[in-house]
Design a protein around this ligand. Structure first.
Ligand code: 13P
Ligand code: SF4
Length: 301
């Protein structure tokens, strides 16, 4: 605790000196999530709340694509990522050239890209989505089929919900692809009455075993409102860690998988980022306008 206290004190002081805000994804560890974050949320909230910030500096306690999105929304501000290696298996699964080839193959079919993607992939996109608004975004297009990339499982889950045909891409989240329906059934046997909530990046046969599926923010709302006695969050480990203190009456059953990318962000790393103003995110100027337009179209829906 003492170890954390030094870093927390330093970060709170540096935030004032630099006029900085810290945006933290729900998968950040409790000492980041509860002690230094100014804004916490799912990918949608982080993109939306990055829009009207007064600060000069934004520190993204999350992964690289989230920092890029914050930079797209704030081209004149300094956006820092405390560890540039904090990537994402989904963002790394596809290139802009891959998207161009898909568009050639399916001319006229709209391209919906998960925000878990690089700026150059977003620049080839009609509209972005997150797991929190994917259904709404896809339905707003009023078409029988869409190209939905790069998360194959999210696309299949949304196809199951909407009946809209998804042309997709074999990208997977390395955290959520590891859950299996057998594992969920075993936990139900061990914890009778447990409420199971699965993230839509899970394979469809895992989502089919769940009582509810939603983005990390939707999961948080569900637990706060429904107050289940026991809950199993089929997602990244820090979600249960962060929610335990907020929902003392709920027991969190924990099978979870760690995201090695999210875990590259630490209190010490955030402190160093603010001390040395490292590492600023930049976006090639040719990509800025088309990538920002894809995010803005999503936020307008
Ligand atoms: P959400 O927080 O938008 O549900 O996304 C989960 C995730 O895996 C982010 O990388
Ligand atoms: Fe990417 Fe999955 Fe990690 Fe989120 S949890 S950053 S989708 S690898």
């Amino acid at each position: 605790e003492r170890l954390y206290a030094d870093d927390i004190e330093a970060i709170l002081r540096l935030k004032q000196e630099r006029n900085a805000v810290i945006l933290a994804h729900n998968y950040q560890t409790p000492e980041i999530f509860h002690c230094v974050a100014d804004i916490r949320g799912d990918s949608l909230a982080l993109a939306r709340d990055a829009q009207d910030l007064e600060a000069d500096v934004i520190v993204m306690a999350g992964v690289h694509f989230m920092a890029e999105t914050a930079k797209l929304m704030n081209p004149d501000k300094t956006v820092l990522i405390p560890d540039e290696r904090a990537g994402c298996s989904l963002a790394e699964s596809i290139t802009a050239e891959d998207v161009r080839k898909m568009k050639e193959r399916y001319p006229g079919v709209p391209v919906v890209t998960y925000v878990n993607s690089t700026a150059d992939v977003k620049a080839e996109t009609d509209v972005c989505c997150t797991s929190g608004n994917a259904k709404r975004v896809v339905e707003s297009l009023n078409v029988p089929r869409v190209i939905m990339i790069p998360d194959e499982f999210l696309a299949q889950n949304i196809q199951n919900e909407t009946g809209i045909e998804m042309l997709t891409w074999p990208g997977h989240c390395e955290v959520h692809e590891r859950f299996t329906p057998q594992e969920i059934r075993q936990y139900r046997r061990m914890h009778p009455g447990v409420t199971v909530i699965a993230h839509p990046e899970c394979p469809p046969d895992v989502v089919a075993e769940a009582d509810y599926s939603g983005s990390t923010a939707n999961m948080i709302d569900y637990v706060a409102k429904q107050k289940p006695e026991k809950v199993l969050l089929v997602t990244e480990c820090s979600m249960s860690d962060n929610l335990t203190t907020l929902n003392p009456e709920t027991e969190f059953v924990r099978p979870c998988n760690l995201c090695p990318h999210m875990k590259r962000i630490t209190l010490a790393g955030i402190r160093r980022a603010l001390e040395n103003m490292q590492t600023p995110v930049t976006i090639p100027s040719a990509l800025e306008a088309p990538a920002r337009a894809a995010v803005e179209r999503m936020l307008a829906i």
